[in-house]
Design a binder for this molecule. Structure first.
Ligand code: BG6
Length: 470
């Protein structure tokens, strides 16, 4: 659709930036924090950085000052469940509450809206040892944790995100590390865990509405569009299969409280459907999110399944690289899009399309909580990072956000991943995303000093002008 007039970004648009606790904070075992699954899992060699990460725990004041200088209107971060409840449930660790209270106060002082993710991959290890999300007791623990967060921070935080990328945890469980012993859950187990997470999410959203009258809460899903490889009808079916199973099925449950029919039949046919107890669907439905948060990086292109093992590519995949699934779809190439050096498709137009589809389907405001380009940024002799590729990436995506706004999609904010360098889930500090460089190597901590990248100055100017892009 061509327009004569492109709508401006709304005045109240939440220009933001994102991080997550375990990827930025460090201080993994201090001040009463308990271990999380992240602390206890095996990670790829050379990505040992989670213990110190970007040392935000000790440098949050300096960091937030930089966020303010950048002009952020919103900062999306996560609370480490294990700082509040070291064992996932039971006794509260007051020092943990104090830490996040300080962060929220600091943000409020600068007029930066806190957007809080309650759980970003880092399940308390004690809960994991007791069965993790297989165990319904984890649902109660999450609700208790939610109640604590709403009680302490409900008056100071308006935007809440429940669970980050539940679909990544279910579809690509190795993304957050592999349990010692090397055994990942079976699909049957994963879909039961998924069901329990949905109940936990529904109950927590309902609780938020009860306890925080001014609060808004929603799920945060890694969402994208699947293109069909050709105009062959069977390719279209395969693309629809995977788009539904990978994305819509999670949001249909979160928003409408029902299992999508195609998704449910896929589960039943493979005998991997969860056990649903009385009251479960009502609990899921009771959530009624106020908005949807989406993490968008790439699109994927999909071809017809051949119905045998050759559907699955032998390459290594991750949360953005689709590998195919026997009898469901095959991964295909798209010659019309670029790729990052890690093989992630770069497709700004795909963001516009994904926003349109999500808004059409749910009619809820959409907050973009992740989008960005990972790169092995290099510090120059002049102590800067010339990350023009990041500027190009963000600019191209923001232009599509503006077109989506012009299409009528209600996008309320944009929080690129990440506002500051964090440990990448797969490539440690070899792959960076921030506007602010953290001076450390993979193993060598150097001085951890903060350095503004070229993209920092560019994004600052975008925010200052409410979206004017050079
Ligand atoms: C998202 C996660 O899937 O992708 C983040 O929510 C993650 O935690 C981001 O860091 C980028 O992925 P990676 O593997 O490059 O760190």
């Amino acid at each position: 659709m061509k327009y004569n007039h492109i709508k401006p970004f709304p005045e109240e648009f939440l220009w933001g930036g994102s991080t997550s606790a375990y990827q930025v904070e460090g201080a993994w075992n201090v001040d009463g924090k308990g271990p999380s699954v992240i602390d206890m899992m095996n990670h790829p060699e050379g990505t040992a950085g989670f213990t110190v990460a970007s040392d935000h725990y000790n440098r949050y004041k300096e960091d937030i000052q930089l966020f303010a200088e950048l002009g952020l209107k919103a900062y999306r971060f996560s609370i480490a469940w294990t700082r509040i409840f070291p064992e996932g449930t039971g006794e509260i660790n007051k020092t943990g509450l104090e830490f996040y209270n300080n962060i929220i106060e600091e943000l409020n002082n600068y007029g930066i809206e806190p957007i809080v993710t309650m759980y970003h991959f880092d399940l308390p290890y004690t809960l994991e040892e007791n069965g993790g999300w297989d165990n319904r007791a984890t649902v109660d623990a999450f609700v208790e944790y939610g109640r604590t967060l709403f009680e302490y921070f409900g008056k100071k935080v308006r935007y809440w995100l429940t669970i980050n990328e539940q679909n990544t945890m279910i579809l690509h469980p190795g993304a957050i590390g592999v349990p010692k012993g090397g055994k990942l859950p079976t699909k049957k187990e994963l879909y039961q865990q998924n069901h329990h997470m949905l109940i936990a999410q529904g109950r927590v959203m309902q609780l938020c509405h009860e306890m925080c009258p001014n609060g808004k809460i929603g799920p945060a899903i890694n969402l994208t569009t699947m293109y069909q490889a050709t105009c062959k009808p069977e390719d279209a079916i395969a693309a629809h299969n995977w788009e539904t199973i990978r994305g819509w099925s999670f949001l249909d449950l979160a928003v409408h409280g029902r299992y999508n029919a195609l998704f449910w039949n896929y589960l039943v046919e493979r005998q991997i459907e969860p056990i649903i107890e009385e009251g479960d669907l009502a609990a899921i439905k009771s959530g009624a999110p106020d908005f949807i948060a989406i993490n968008y990086y790439s699109t994927a292109t999909i071809a017809e399944s051949k119905g045998d093992a050759s559907d699955v590519s032998p390459r290594a995949g991750d949360q953005q690289i689709m590998l195919g699934e026997e009898g469901v779809y095959r991964a295909a190439e798209n010659s019309h899009v670029g790729k990052t050096r890690y093989g992630w498709v770069i497709d700004p137009v795909g963001l516009r399309l994904t926003l349109r589809k999500a808004f059409e389907r749910y009619n809820l405001p959409i907050l973009i909580t992740e989008n960005g380009i990972g790169a092995p940024d290099e510090l120059t002799d002049e102590a800067t990072v010339e990350d023009d590729y990041r500027i190009d990436y963000i600019r191209d995506h923001l232009k599509q956000v503006q077109l989506a706004l012009t299409d009528g999609v209600q996008v309320i904010g944009y929080c690129p991943w990440a506002v500051i360098d964090v440990v990448s889930t797969h490539q440690g500090y070899g792959k960076r995303y921030g506007f602010i460089y953290v001076n450390r190597g993979e193993d060598d901590l150097l001085d951890l000093r903060r350095i503004k990248k070229k993209s920092f100055h560019w994004y600052k100017q975008v925010i200052e002008t409410n979206g004017r892009m050079s």
